[in-house]
Every structure is written in structure tokens, then in C-alpha cells.
Write a protein that binds this ligand. Structure first.
Ligand SMILES: Cc1cc2nc3c(=O)[nH]c(=O)nc-3n(C[C@H](O)[C@H](O)[C@H](O)COP(=O)(O)OP(=O)(O)OC[C@H]3O[C@@H](n4cnc5c(N)ncnc54)[C@H](O)[C@@H]3O)c2cc1C
Length: 301
């Protein structure tokens, strides 16, 4: 099948891109890397009247750190983020990006495009939610910042209006005492996840904070505090890190039941996804805790 006919514009400034999108009265769509949109067009799952190509807008190519954040503009490719040393400031990006499709896809696909597309099993929306990244959404009324945890509202559904452009995303730079974990299970490498988890642990003195995000387990990435579960497991294991994954299994059972609410499909039942989530979460939370302690200087690295 071929795409239905559409008009194509390639503005060279953000204001022109916004004006072009607004002039379509809701019938236009942004195209960035085209890695998700082009297949959707080819299958005629969407029939936009106009494609607004943002790739010639130089101001959307921003990539670098400022004010404690790593900012990634709308045309920055996933592969560039994967390869650039500055991305080490946000370790979860380096952990998650190799799992996003294949290298060839990542050399065209953008970080912001993945967030805007909002596939519930995609890796980058889950990383954004775990870190509660800030998304900059720009439309005819100006720019607004949306926390990642408020951006995703359902499968392939976000806070973006039909005339909005996601102009950038800002991920908080990792600080001392923070540790991270990331894992997913997919049928083949490069496939979307059957279930995946992202973990962030922060150790400050006697206080420990833990956040867990699941993906591929609901209609959007789902994030909860796992600080209580981690504290219970630390008591149970007597603080012995090698016993932590086992000690987390029971406390995480209830969390898995709460978070994993997707219906079963041809690849995995809901129950199987719950078990996957619990197992991955136990391991990744343990690793994140250990890394956080190292980063805080509590154990030798
Ligand atoms: C075979 C295959 C396997 C894949 N596997 C994975 C995987 O394992 N994990 C994963 O996460 N992804 C996967 N993808 C998707 C891939 O990561 C895409 O690159 C990404 O989802 C979209 O990025 P893009 O820049 O190509 O966006 P596009 O395809 O250009 O756009 C996608 C959607 O987002 C909108 N959009 C894009 N940018 C903006 C913006 N700045 N503002 C507003 N709207 C915007 C478009 O209008 C469109 O609706 C796969 C794709 C393919 C074809």
C-alpha cells in the first residue's frame, strides 16, 4: 500500500513551522525522523493533508547541558545522543538507547519523535517518566513546559495539541548519590518490549528514594515510588546487596499487580508480564541501589 496524497512543506524557522502547522487547521502532522510516521502513512493508518518537515529548522538542533539539565532539541537523532560523550551526564540514555530498534533506525529517529509518538512499549518515554524530564511544547500561544509524567495520556496519546511542536526535552543530569537500572525483555533484539523497567535510586545520608517506571505493561509508561519496598527489602536482607533481589520479590508483587494492567496478547499474558516486571524490577532496583551507594561514596568502586 502507498500513502494517501499529502502536501509537503519544509520551513526553515520555528515560527514558520508553527504557522504552517496552524494553517492546516488540525490536518497537518510534523515529520522528524519519519521512522514511525512513514510506516503509519504507508499503511494509511493516518492521512494528514500536509507534512511539516522540521529538519531544516536550525534552532531545533540544540544539544548540550545547561542549568543541571541535558537538553535535546527536536531534530537531534537518537544515534547522536547515543554516541556523544555529553550523554554520560544522563546514564539512563546510554542504557536505554541501544534497545531502541536498530542502529539504522536510530540514525534517523529523533528522541523527541519517540516521545511524541508515545508508543507504550517504547524505551525513551519510560526514561523520561522515571527522571520526570521536562518537555517544551510550542504552539501559536507560545512555549510551555510539561513534566514527562503529565505528558503521556494514553497509547499514542500525549499533551500535544494538533498545532503543537515538541521543540525540546530536558533530562536532569545525574547527581552524586544517584544510581540507575534499565532492563527489558523483547522477543528479538530491536523489537518493542514485552515488559521493561527503569529504576532510579537516590541515597542521601540515611534517606533513600527510589522510583520505578514500567513500560510495555500499560497504555503509557507508569511510574511509582518504590522507596517503601526497597526499605523493607533492605531490612529483610540485613543490607546485604547480594540478597536484595530475592528480598524485593515479595514487596514488588503488589506493585506489579497495580502497575501491569495491560490485557494479554498473542505474545504474553498479563500474568506473565507481571512476573517479568517483578523479576526485572527486583534486579534493576538492586543494581540501581548499589550504584547509588557507590556514587555516594559509601562503598568502594
Ligand atoms: C522496525 C522498527 C522498529 C522499531 N523499534 C523500536 C523500539 O524497539 N523502541 C522504540 O522506542 N521505537 C522503535 N521504533 C520507532 C523509532 O524509535 C522511531 O524513531 C521513533 O518512534 C519516532 O521518531 P522519529 O523522529 O522517526 O518520528 P517520526 O516518525 O517523524 O514521527 C512520529 C510521530 O511523532 C510526531 N512527531 C515527531 N516529532 C515531533 C515533534 N518534534 N513535535 C510534534 N510531533 C512530532 C509525528 O507527527 C508522528 O506522529 C521502531 C521503528 C521501526 C520502523
Amino acid at each position: 500500500m502507498k500513502a494517501a496524497p499529502f502536501a509537503y512543506v519544509r520551513p526553515s524557522s520555528l515560527s514558520d513551522a508553527i504557522a504552517e502547522l496552524a494553517s492546516t487547521g488540525g490536518g497537518g502532522k510534523v515529520i522528524a525522523g519519519g521512522q514511525s510516521l512513514v510506516p503509519v502513512l504507508a499503511m494509511r493508518l493516518a492521512r494528514p493533508e500536509t507534512l511539516v518537515d522540521i529538519n531544516a529548522v536550525a534552532e531545533l538542533d540544540r544539544f548540550g547541558t545547561a542549568d543541571g539539565y541535558l537538553e535535546i532539541g527536536a531534530t537531534v537523532r537518537q544515534r547522536r545522543v547515543e554516541r556523544d560523550p555529553v550523554s554520560a551526564t544522563v546514564p539512563l540514555l546510554g542504557m536505554a538507547l541501544p534497545w531502541v530498534g536498530h542502529r539504522e533506525l536510530r540514525s534517523r529517529g529523533t528522541v523527541c519523535g519517540s516521545l511524541a509518538h508515545a508508543d507504550p512499549a517504547a524505551e525513551l518515554p519510560a526514561v523520561a517518566c522515571c527522571l520526570n524530564a521536562e518537555l517544551t511544547v510550542t504552539g501559536t500561544g507560545g512555549a510551555r513546559r510539561v513534566p514527562a509524567r503529565e505528558f503521556f495520556s494514553g497509547a499514542m496519546t500525549t499533551a500535544l495539541g494538533p498545532e503543537d511542536i515538541l521543540t525540546a526535552v530536558r533530562f536532569p543530569v545525574a547527581g552524586k548519590g544517584e544510581g540507575f537500572g534499565f532492563a527489558e525483555i523483547a522477543r528479538r533484539h530491536g523489537d518493542f518490549a514485552l515488559a521493561g523497567v527503569v529504576a532510579r535510586v537516590r541515597v542521601r545520608g540515611t534517606e533513600t528514594d527510589a522510583q520505578l517506571t514500567g513500560f510495555g505493561v500499560s497504555d503509557r509508561p507508569v511510574t511509582r515510588s518504590a522507596a517503601g519496598e526497597l526499605a523493607a527489602a533492605l531490612r529483610e536482607s540485613g543490607g546485604e546487596v547480594s540478597r536484595l533481589p530475592g528480598a524485593l520479590s515479595d514487596p514488588l508483587t503488589a506493585l506489579a499487580e497495580e502497575l501491569v494492567d495491560t490485557d494479554g496478547d498473542a505474545h504474553a499474558s498479563r500474568d506473565y508480564r507481571r512476573r517479568l516486571f517483578r523479576t526485572l524490577a527486583s534486579r534493576e532496583l538492586s543494581k540501581a541501589y548499589e550504584r547509588a551507594r557507590r556514587s555516594a561514596g559509601e562503598v568502594d568502586s
